[in-house]
Design a binder for this molecule. Structure first.
Ligand code: 13P
Ligand code: SF4
Length: 330
């Protein structure tokens, strides 16, 4: 039975017996329940290692749209679980901790965004996938960092566009595509905190290292980068490029997969402003622990629920993104 206390806190923290082989038991329960575990690159290495599929935001949405599983366990943040639920309304979508939010989604309250759109009613609305389901209902199309530039470019040059919520990603797209999209004033608290000085110092310390940065970083950080891209694009670049050392300017969880796929290379996490010698971690992604993962599969809770009138509207801009991505071979 789901206890009242768990509902209030948004996750299950029931202790697991020391005699339990947690990984084996998770695998066994998944098989029994026909559940699939998906994880974002920013989650803990242990979680990534257990997942059936690890990917970036686009790949996770594409995978969800095509899975035969009855249950999707989304090890990531709330909006990722919502995207899965919107795409698979008949499946059970579990997110091990409902408090796993996203500063970008939070920076774009639906009411204020709606007013902003009303104030510019001749604009097409393009939203980053890092938004709530309710905010997606206001959007003409959704993008991820993997396909944002190409999707913006698929609109005629003279299209007036609102882009939200990430002003850093929006600014990057404007610079690459030569557009002048109107930007919502949101940002990711992790990517905005990378230290320009800290990265410059690392470049001096590792003169042969290439700098890899996520487009959610500030323009000052982007100027220092040899490669800018989504987590999946940065991963691919780090494996295929000849360089042996990389300064990684995105959430440090991605280093696990980089190191796994290129064990002979050196990956250095970029420091944040507050803690010059520490790496940036997303406190939301790091809410997904093995214990919560185990319990959520055991009790099939917490589930993601979305009102049907919201889901029915939000599915359109997401499907539009998936269709264009498919056409573009992304
Ligand atoms: P991608 O997974 O698209 O690289 O985005 C990173 C991110 O911030 C996810 O929340
Ligand atoms: Fe959101 Fe930033 Fe965390 Fe990604 S890293 S989930 S954008 S808060």
């Amino acid at each position: 039975m789901i206890e009242k206390e768990w509902i209030e806190q948004g996750f299950i923290d029931e202790p697991i017996s020391v005699n339990t082989d947690v990984k084996a038991e998770i695998k066994r329960m998944c098989k029994e329940k026909n559940a699939v575990i998906m994880a974002h690159y920013y989650t803990y290495p242990k979680v990534q290692d257990l997942a059936d599929f690890v990917g970036d935001s686009l790949a996770l949405a594409q995978k969800a749209a095509n899975t035969d599983a009855d249950i999707i366990v989304m090890c990531g943040v709330h909006f990722m679980g919502e995207t899965n639920k919107i795409l698979c309304p008949d499946k059970t979508i579990l997110v091990p901790d409902l408090n796993a939010s996203c500063s970008l989604a939070e920076s774009c309250p639906t009411d204020s965004f709606e007013q902003f759109i009303k104030d510019h009613s001749d604009h097409t609305v393009i939203s980053y996938v890092n938004t709530t389901a309710a905010t997606k209902t206001l959007s003409d199309i959704v993008v991820t960092s993997s396909n944002a530039c190409q999707i913006v470019e698929s609109f005629p040059k003279d299209t007036k566009i609102i882009f939200g919520p990430d002003k850093n990603l929006g600014g990057y797209i404007n610079r690459i595509t030569g557009r002048n999209m109107l930007l919502w004033d949101g940002a990711c608290h992790v990517h905005e905190r990378f230290s320009v000085e800290g990265i410059k110092q690392l470049k001096q310390q590792y003169p042969n290292a290439k700098v890899l940065a996520h487009p959610e970083c500030t323009s000052q950080v982007a100027e220092l980068a040899d490669k800018i891209g989504s987590t999946a694009a940065l991963l691919k670049f780090s494996i295929n490029d000849k360089a042996q050392e990389f300064v990684v300017v995105t959430e440090a969880g991605i280093l696990h997969e980089m190191q796994r796929q290129a064990p002979q290379k050196t990956f250095i996490p970029a420091p944040s402003i507050e803690e010059p010698y520490a790496c940036n971690e997303c406190n939301h992604m790091k809410l997904i622990t093995m214990r919560k993962l185990y319990n959520c599969i055991k009790y099939e809770w917490p589930t993601i629920e979305i009102r049907s009138e919201i889901a029915e509207k939000a599915v359109r801009p997401i499907n539009r993104m998936l269709e264009i991505s498919k056409k573009l071979g992304l």
